[in-house]
Design a protein around this ligand. Structure first.
Ligand SMILES: [Fe+2]
Ligand SMILES: [Fe+2]
Length: 355
């Protein structure tokens, strides 16, 4: 986290927010954003939510609370929009400036004390997850809009992910990821996390580990072009909707190929990550030797991740249940690589950690 983002002021009334941000900035770095803007890629220590629209104010406070960022909510009617709870203080919108600053700096102090108590590497991992989530969000939104994707930005983000996962371990990585809402981004970062530990466990060289994690991060980029009504549909998909979803590997690979800057092996992963060794997968029905190891590895990370994620129509499987199910997918997954995956995530599988 950079000093620049020590305090965040979120507001839908910029005149008031300007004055407040200026007062805060005399003591510590402060950034001001509009209530309609996304959360910046750098995590703040604390935030002021000065948002007149009650539902928007509540949504901001909830989002910040989930990320363990304390917030001071300046509510039009005290407690109308937000009830005080852990990490949340509420003052009337017309509270005197000194009272606002005292409450805010109290939250900053408490947050600094909390962060100082975190185990080494944990704070950095939280910041990396946050930045990676912002990067994946940028990438998917660009893919959706047909705008350029930055291969250099993906590379930098992938290196950060590799380092953070090797520092904190996959369990912490997944636990931090749970605080984020967008299922598709969460899934991409979770598959990248599994790919990072698997690459390290297989003692691949740095370049191969980066390629594996980067392929994992972008494997579902084609889903950016699938209508949200299908992607986020609660409940089972119809056959027709399923057919639309099944276009995402080809859509994603075409999109990255047109874009340029992404190597052919990675494009292969994006196109082929739903292929199965017995030829029963899609989109090309590839079998056996036609499916490269890089694809087989991402497919294993992808399936394990998907099975252990919550879906609107089912609870997540435990890591052990997911592994048992994958072992039973006889002939579809590479048994040696599945064993290697089991070894890489042995801590999660062995103690039956909930997903
Ligand atoms: Fe996929
Ligand atoms: Fe996936």
């Amino acid at each position: 986290m950079t000093q620049d983002s020590a305090v965040l002021v979120v507001s839908d009334r910029s005149d008031r927010a300007n004055l407040l941000a200026r007062s805060v900035a005399t003591v510590m770095a402060c950034r001001q954003i509009d209530a309609a803007a996304p959360l910046p890629a750098d995590l703040p220590l604390a935030a002021v939510v000065d948002v007149a629209h009650e539902a928007t104010a509540s949504a901001w406070v909830a989002r910040l609370q989930k990320l363990r960022i304390p917030s001071l909510c300046l509510a039009g009617r005290p407690a109308a929009a937000v009830a005080p709870s852990a990490g949340v203080r509420v003052l009337p919108a017309n509270a005197p400036r000194p009272a606002i600053l005292t409450a805010l700096f109290g939250l900053v102090d408490a947050q600094q004390a909390r962060l100082a108590r975190l185990p080494a590497g944990r704070r950095e991992a939280e910041a990396v997850v946050h930045r990676a989530n912002a990067m994946v969000s940028d990438l998917f939104l660009a893919a959706q809009a047909g705008a350029d994707l930055s291969a250099a930005e993906v590379d930098a983000g992938t290196e950060e992910i590799l380092d953070a996962v090797s520092e904190t371990g996959i369990r912490t990585w997944l636990e931090i990821l749970e605080r984020y809402d967008q299922q598709l981004y969460q899934h991409s970062l979770s598959v990248a996390g599994y790919a990072a530990v698997l690459g390290a466990s297989l003692t691949l060289g740095r370049a191969d580990r980066i390629r594996l994690a980067r392929s994992a991060l972008l494997h579902d980029v084609g889903k950016a072009r699938i209508p949200l009504s299908i992607l986020n549909k609660p409940g089972r998909l119809t056959a027709q909707e399923e057919a639309v979803i099944r276009t995402h590997p080809v859509v994603g690979a075409d999109l990255l190929e047109r874009q340029g800057g992404f190597d052919a092996r990675m494009l292969g992963v994006v196109r082929s990550h739903h292929e199965m060794l017995d030829g029963s997968g899609y989109p090309d029905g590839l079998a056996g030797a036609a499916i490269p190891d890089l694809v087989r590895l991402v497919t294993i990370c992808d399936i394990h991740s998907a099975l252990t994620e919550r879906r609107s129509y089912r609870d997540p499987l435990s890591h052990a249940e997911a592994h048992a199910m994958m072992r039973d997918m006889a002939g579809k997954l590479d048994p040696d690589l599945l064993r290697a995956f089991r070894a890489a995530v042995s801590g999660l599988v062995a103690d039956g950690a909930p997903a």
